[in-house]
Ligand binder design. Structure first.
Ligand code: ATP
Length: 653
């Protein structure tokens, strides 16, 4: 299937070995990808292109990959694309000599500013041929735009965008604008990009050696698995791409390991509705229950050089929010033991603190008593420029896992040993640093009592985790069946809350006339990069909250629905750029001809929420982190199973 590569090379006349990658070649690949919805075809096109980059201009692979995933750096650096629509409209108008009104009218018709830019650019007479854009020059300008700050930043940004548009030909303007908007809209999920990088590396290293189709399939699959797993441990293209270019896939796991300072995507849990479900899952296995604290996830990294960083669930650097935690860490980690294999018998050797990665929850607590306070209290804390001495909302760190200690990753160590090391290596301080409360009791009664106690103590319920064997290894970025969450409040509902994106709204009536009265919510499908609508919600809001949401969401109103929203039969009065994520509860899930969530997963119809109720804003989640169609289908199927068990029980079967 990659034979087509030669034809593709022929088209890239200006691209010679050692030269910069022409942006036109990347855009040609985007266009091929846009024309198909088949995942394997998308992966094949991208593999062919990466293989070319590796052969001709390997030094540009990193920037090429970044442009494919529409990012400029790792998440924790915090440099983001996503320029507001009005700036882009202005830049397109000024650069192509068209009026702003015409650009806006075209946008209303086309629903895609990229397309509008391309059409405006292509009907504009050009006096002389612009110097061709390269992947490197586009990446450089995008970075410049993202970094612009301070006075007259808007006009500076417009200036750079205009220079990019002026140099663009054919379809380039379309993708430049989409990159600036923060979405390429070609259904190119990051997972696919990782697989394509892996396949291209496997093919490079195979060279002209012949393989049977079966053998090749195995090698490609293995390569993809290695790259995906390495990236989940070390999510930094800046490390993984050069390592791949240098040594290929072989030995990559040894060369790229979890490194303090680079946050890994956290392990997540599956929801459960009943203690019986937990016991079914963990039958005959050693497991442990821990308090599920109601705070904010905090991954605490200490590097060999002593620097400490705290990262959020989304790998954002939160160190500036928690100077108090950073200050207290030396006190709690002053006694450190040499880990695992290096212990001689039971005699651990005491040594100086060097490096660690803790997985923990930061929870607001009452200053004098240390009593746990709900998440709402924590959300009152400032996010930036907090000074340790001015902290208003006091926080205690509850450590529940140790992922790295003194130079050694512990991801492939069982939880019982990780916990033992955690307890040995850190010293709790009341109200500041604590270990998560745990109980290893495994009877229904013991779990029920521990669940009740956790709620009395101000927690959301329990996390139940596999304790021994390789099933208890830490699985970065996975929502694993080896971690189950049991939330007290949700035992009677659908088992868990959902995190949904606000994509539209309905005008209010009566005393809600001045604000939105109800909202249209969607889940997110990363495979198709689509927001699939799931329900209309109008319950759970105070008048004050409605006013607040109105002020905030009005800024994201757009005239035309975005093309990445699968709207089904839903017809809200206004559409939004998907930005805001809400946590929502529901009585149950039902099949629906109106909504598109999880369409085709359970049946042709989509799934909707009955009696949805607003719980809170999830500003620690991006729209792409919203609940997925697969999770919704799983919840629906579980509900159907419970209902049929219930009716069997009632019928005495
Ligand atoms: P999800 O995407 O699973 O909905 P979430 O961020 O909404 O994630 P929950 O599903 O409610 O959170 O539960 C998992 C979260 O619970 C973790 O991300 C972590 O922040 C928190 N937590 C509290 N106590 C623990 C614990 N003992 N072990 C693991 N996680 C815990």
């Amino acid at each position: 299937e990659l034979a087509d590569t030669d034809g593709f090379v022929a088209k890239q006349r200006h691209w010679q070995a050692g030269q910069p990658v022409p942006y036109a070649s990347l855009v040609a690949t985007f266009t091929q990808i846009e024309a198909t919805s088949k995942r394997t075809e998308i992966t094949t096109h991208l593999t062919a292109f990466f293989l070319l980059v590796i052969r001709l201009s390997p030094q540009e692979l990193l920037k090429t990959v970044y442009l494919c995933i529409n990012r400029l750096c790792p998440d924790y650096v915090g440099l983001e694309l996503g320029i507001g629509e009005s700036i882009l409209e202005k830049a397109i108008a000024e650069s192509t000599g068209r009026s702003l009104a015409k650009i806006k009218a075209d946008l209303r018709k086309e629903g895609d500013l990229g397309l509008v830019a391309m059409m405006s650019r292509n009907t504009q007479p050009t006096m002389f041929k612009p110097k061709p854009l390269t992947v490197s020059s586009v990446f450089g300008k995008l970075t410049e735009i993202a970094k612009v700050a301070g006075n007259s930043s808007q006009s500076k940004k417009i200036g750079i965008i205009k220079s990019l548009l002026a140099a663009s030909v054919d379809t380039e303007a379309k993708f430049i604008i989409r990159s600036l908007e923060g979405k390429l809209r070609i259904r190119l999920a990051e997972r696919t990009v990782l697989v394509a990088v892996a396949w291209a590396m496997v093919l490079r290293d195979l060279g002209p050696k012949m393989r049977s189709k079966e053998q090749l399939t195995i090698e490609l699959e293995e390569g993809a698995n290695v790259v995906k797993s390495v990236y989940s441990e070390l999510p930094s293209y800046e490390h993984v791409i050069p390592a791949l270019l240098e040594g290929g896939i072989v030995g990559l796991r040894e060369r790229c390991k979890l490194t303090p300072g680079i946050p890994l995507k956290p392990m997540l849990a599956k929801p459960t509705k009943a203690i019986g479900e937990v016991l079914d899952r963990f039958e005959g296995k050693q497991f442990t229950c821990e308090y599920k604290y109601d705070g904010e996830r905090a991954q605490v990294h200490r590097s060999e050089d002593g620097s400490v960083k705290i990262f959020s669930r989304n790998s954002e650097d939160m160190s500036a929010k928690y100077p108090d935690i950073i200050e207290q860490l030396p006190k709690v980690s002053c006694i450190m033991y040499i880990p695992l294999g290096l212990c001689h018998g039971n005699q651990c050797i005491q040594a100086d603190t060097s490096s660690f990665v803790l997985d923990a929850e930061a929870v607001a607590v009452e200053r004098d008593t240390g009593k746990l306070l709900p998440f709402q209290e924590l959300s009152r804390r400032k996010r930036k420029d907090v000074k340790a001495e001015d902290v208003q909302v006091k926080v205690c760190l509850f450590a529940f896992d140790l992922l790295y200690l003194n130079g050694q990753p512990l991801l492939h160590t069982d939880l019982a040993s990780r916990r033992q090391l955690l307890h040995k290596s850190f010293q709790p301080i009341a109200g500041e640093f604590s270990f998560a409360q745990s109980s290893d009791g495994s009877s229904t009664e013991e779990i029920q009592a521990f669940l009740d106690q956790s709620v009395k103590d101000g927690c959301e319920g329990l996390m139940v985790k596999m304790l021994e064997s390789d099933a208890s290894f830490y699985e970065p970025s996975r929502r694993s069946v080896n971690w189950l969450k049991l939330k007290k409040d949700y035992l009677s509902g659908i088992g868990d809350s959902l995190d949904l994106v606000v994509v539209g709204a309905y005008h209010g009536h009566g005393k809600r006339t001045a604000v939105y009265g109800a909202f249209l919510l969607a889940c997110y499908d990363s495979e198709s990069e689509q927001f699939q609508v799931i329900c209309k919600i109008g319950t759970g809001f105070s008048d004050e909250a409605l006013q607040h949401h109105y002020t905030l969401l009005r800024e994201s109103e757009i005239d035309v629905m975005r093309s990445d929203i699968a709207a089904g039969q839903a017809k809200p009065d206004v559409w939004f750029t998907p930005k805001v994520v809400w946590e929502v509860l529901a009585a149950d899930l039902s099949l629906s001809p109106v909504y598109t969530a999880a369409q085709g997963l359970v049946e042709e119809r989509g799934i909707s929420l009955r009696f949805p109720r607003f719980i809170r804003v999830r500003d620690d989640k991006a729209p792409e982190d919203a609940t997925s169609p697969e999770q919704i289908a799983e919840m629906y199927e579980k509900q159907a199973l419970t209902q049929s068990k219930g009716s069997k029980r009632r019928r005495g079967e």
